[in-house]
Ligand binder design. Structure first.
Ligand SMILES: [Zn+2]
Length: 600
């Protein structure tokens, strides 16, 4: 049974039966008495478990497609029956346990988990708060996955309150999820956080902030409302009853994760103090909120349902992340929260980084989606910088290309906004997700032409997108900034611990030809000592064809190699307004940017 359609019925049953006769699938007690020591105890109770009760902790969390192995932070575990008598428990995989429950009316599997991971947005506890992302802390009992799950909190600090997209249960300090999938897609913040409530079109929203935030309530409400309205403008529907923006503000953290009807966003306190940093934060807000439709409602079939034990594969993550990244900046231009000049400057930067990325010769954006588990969120390798494309930046620029194509082919009548709206209507969460073919069909349908050639060349294939041609649709031109070759070595150095070492060698570059490799310790250039700063100066002062004698240690052996500086034209672009655009181009610009053509 699909959990969304069963949500109302199950909640009603559970909440209205006298004495709460209906049992939740799993009844969790979360003990916070050692939260200040970063230890959380969880007891998961299953009633009528049968002969054996299995419990597994996910290996990854929704929104981050990489294995994180949360079970590594489970410190100790045990199991008891309804009378508190111990039951045998056996670990059967790295992340799964089986309790021998023969004869027991109920089984309680208890475990301590270490909670000190803030940056991956999984679980963090100290004397100021507790943050729990469900998949990193709550075990799944597979047979009860689709049943309601109840969470009770015990040992809250004085004045602590609970914030989550999940509704409260009937008792104090409880939350009730319609299923395990809802539980793990509804992060929980507990503490004395600042809380701001407001409404947009009758739907309640809440902002909660842990940490310092200099912005006042009205400023945040006004800015968040503009973003909410811009998203609703595109999708024309709201599929949630309530939405919660959870914010962590602390030095050294950043980024966000989308969830069903909430998001957890992390930023630095300084984000609320400078205009450009605040704009970056609002981009994050727009990104995460747009995801509420793109990926939290319409979702690639390959990641539906989530397999909490192992990887879910899809070639469509570029749609989930790239389309969303395209809109996060564009929405702010449409709302006026960033200037058009600022938007176009970031667009040309993205185009330059996509076209200048050597990884595009190795990998299509579809392949990048499939391999995200290995290359985007998997074990980090310095080679990835040369051989991968980003489902975010590259995916966003593919989306930009498709948006221009649709606007051109439909004479400005339709746009990528219509693709997003159509996908949301056609593939609601309970539909089981869309295939890459169904997405391509939706784009063709909106464009009114067959787009299979674009998909074959630029999405499944690695051909560069013809940005200069496509951007003319909205009355703009794109040109490479300079034709002059600049000196180029293809070598990046890093200074650390008093040593200067090679951190990147670009394939086929002068450094590659000279045989330099990662971690070589560079000590001299043309007989003089060198660090990363002086190396860059030596290269930029050179002429193409000049030879630099590079002295270096590989392990403990000294050697000198010759590097011949090349000349390359950098991938930097200018975007200009056309002098004599047609009315069609001006109209397309205005619907795209949500702003009038300059001077009109
Ligand atoms: Zn995202």
């Amino acid at each position: 049974m699909c959990w969304i359609s069963s949500l109302a019925a199950t909640l009603l049953t559970l909440l209205t039966l006298p004495g709460c006769a209906a049992q939740p699938g799993v009844d969790y007690t979360v003990r916070l008495d050692r939260a200040r020591n970063q230890i959380i105890r969880i007891e998961a109770t299953v009633t009528n478990p049968g002969e054996k009760a299995e419990f597994l902790l996910p290996t990854w969390r929704p929104g981050r497609y990489g294995i994180l192995d949360f079970a590594a932070n489970v410190r100790i575990w045990d199991a008891v029956d309804q009378s508190g008598e111990p039951l045998p428990v056996q670990k059967i995989r790295k992340n799964a346990w089986v309790v021998d429950s023969t004869g027991a009316e109920s089984v309680t599997f208890g475990y301590d988990i270490f909670a000190n991971d803030l940056g991956f947005r999984t679980r963090h506890a100290d004397d100021s708060h507790v943050f729990l992302n469900g998949s990193s802390v709550f075990v799944l009992n597979p047979p009860t996955r689709d049943e309601p799950h109840l969470v009770r909190f015990d040992g809250l600090g004085e004045d602590w309150k609970i914030a989550s997209g999940m509704p409260s249960g009937s008792e104090k300090n409880t939350l009730l999820a319609a299923s395990y999938d809802v539980l793990v897609d509804s992060p929980i913040e507990i503490g004395t956080h600042r809380s701001i409530a407001f409404e947009v079109d009758g739907t309640p929203y809440e902002i909660t902030i842990w940490g310092e935030c200099a912005a006042d309530d009205n400023e945040l409400i006004e800015d968040f409302t503009k973003i909410i309205e811009a998203c609703i403008d595109i999708f024309d529907s709201v599929h949630f009853d309530r939405y919660v923006f959870l914010i962590h503000s602390a030095d050294g953290i950043g980024g966000g994760t989308e969830h069903l009807n909430s998001t957890i966003m992390q930023t630095r306190p300084s984000s609320f103090e400078s205009e450009s940093a605040y704009r970056g934060f609002l981009s994050l807000v727009a990104h995460e909120f747009f995801h509420t439709w793109n990926v939290k409602n319409f979702r690639p079939a390959g990641i539906t349902p989530y397999d909490y034990d192992k990887e879910n594969y899809t070639t469509s993550l570029w749609i989930a992340e790239g389309c969303t990244s395209y809109y996060d900046d564009l929405l702010l231009a449409r709302t006026g929260q960033r200037s058009v000049e600022n938007y176009l400057s970031s667009l040309r930067g993205s185009i330059g980084s996509v076209l200048g990325n050597p990884g595009r010769n190795f990998m299509s954006v579809e392949q990048a989606s499939y391999d995200a588990w290995l290359k985007a969120w998997g074990p980090s390798s310095p080679d990835h910088r040369n051989t991968t494309v980003s489902i975010y930046t590259h995916g966003a620029m593919v989306t930009f290309g498709l948006d221009m194509l649709i606007r051109r082919e439909s004479s400005g009548e339709r746009s990528f906004d219509d693709v997003m709206r159509l996908m949301n209507e056609r593939f609601p969460l309970e539909s089981g997700g869309y295939t890459p073919e169904e997405f391509q069909m939706a784009v063709s349908e909106v464009a009114g032409v067959d787009v299979s050639d674009f998909f074959a060349r630029h999405i499944a294939g690695k051909e560069p997108i013809p940005f200069a041609d496509l951007i003319r649709t909205v009355g703009l031109t794109l040109e490479r900034r300079s034709d002059e070759p600049e000196p180029y070595a293809g070598l990046t150095l890093r200074d650390s611990g008093g040593k200067t070492t090679v951190s990147r060698v670009i394939d086929d570059s002068p450094a590659f030809q000279a045989g330099l490799i990662l971690d070589d310790e560079i000590v001299s250039a043309n007989g003089k000592s060198v660090d990363s700063g002086s190396w860059n100066e030596i290269v930029s002062d050179a002429e193409p064809g000049d030879v630099i004698r590079v002295g270096m240690f590989r392990r403990s052996e000294f050697r000198e190699v010759e590097l011949t500086v090349a000349g390359v034209v950098p991938e930097r672009y200018e975007i200009e307004y056309m002098d004599e655009p047609t009315d069609q181009q001006k109209a397309s610009y205005e619907t795209w940017m949500g702003q009038t053509w300059p001077g009109e």
